[in-house]
Each structure stands twice: as C-alpha cells, then as structure tokens.
Design a protein around this ligand. Sequence first.
Ligand code: CA
Ligand code: CA
Length: 194
Amino acid sequence: MGNKPAVQKTRATLTGQQIENLKQRTRMSEEEIIKWFDGFQKDCPDGLLTQKHFVQMYNRAFPEGDATKFAKRIFVTFDRDNSGKIDFDEFLLAMDLMEKGNLDEKLKYAFQLYDFNKDGILTHSEIENIIKMVLSLRGEGGNDQLKQEVMQHLDSFISRFDENKDMVISQEEFCNICSKDKYLREFLSPTFST
Ligand SMILES: [Ca+2]
Ligand SMILES: [Ca+2]
C-alpha cells in the first residue's frame, strides 16, 4: 500500500493467437509476421507507433521534401480505430496492402487516402490538396511551373471522366483512370509502388 509500482515500459509481445488472427486477416506467413514484428518492435518497443514518430520516419525517407502533411494523412488511414497510435495489427494490415496488395486494392487505398471527408467522391479542392501534398513531399512545393503542368493534366483528367460535369470523381472512376494512366498513378502513389 502506498508504494507505487515502479514505472516499467511495457514491452510488446506477440502471442500465438495474435499470429493466427493476423494470418487470417493478411496474406502474411507466420515467418513474415514475426519478421515485421521484430522490426516494428525495434522502432516502437512499447508496440505503439505515434504520429510524431511516423512523421519523422517519413521525413527521413523523403529528405528532399516536407512529408509532414502526407505522413499525417497516411497515419490517419492506418490508425483504423482512431486511437491516435498505430499498433502492430494496424501496422501489419497496412504492410500487407503495400507489399501484397494488387493494383486495384492499392488504388482503392489511394482514393481513401485522398477522400479527406470520406464522402466517396473526390472534389476539385481535394484534388488540389493532393497535388500540394505530393509536391511538397517531393520538395517541389515551390515549383509553380510543375504545379501548373500537373493541374493541367488533372483538369483534363477530371473532365475526361466526369460524365455529368459535376467536377467530382467517384472511386470507380478514379480506379479506372489510374489503372490506365501510368503518369497519374505514379504521381498519386509516391510512397508505394503500384
Ligand atoms: Ca490505432
Ligand atoms: Ca470527398
């Protein structure tokens, strides 16, 4: 009584049941799950990845640009339960998509990433947002000429597929267009290969 337990950093563990569960939910083998877990634990000994840490990792990976906005947005989509932290399950589900997902899955994810208000359509302003995020990630946030070029490409892309001229793009349209347009696809998925 009265003695506070010593503050101990809890170390994350991976149980057999958790592995089984993750095998069901991903395309990862037990060996792969353990390998990812070891790497995850090295970075996050308590088993939780914070947004701050995540942003740092991204900025290290894109030293020529500012990946902060982009990383924050990705973080939100990985943090499925909105706890503000990414646990190993959430991390592995994300890695499963990046490593094992097919083009269609990745494009659906990219759509989700850019549909900020989750209403199932991309508006012109959401698309502008995307361009800004991607350009600053590449360290070209100040490159107005490039920005203009990309906007022109996007404008023609919107009008090409916007049948009812409401200037919005549905998920289906987005996936369709991106699967046919390599330039757009590579621009829109700078942090994972499609
Ligand atoms: Ca979470
Ligand atoms: Ca939207």
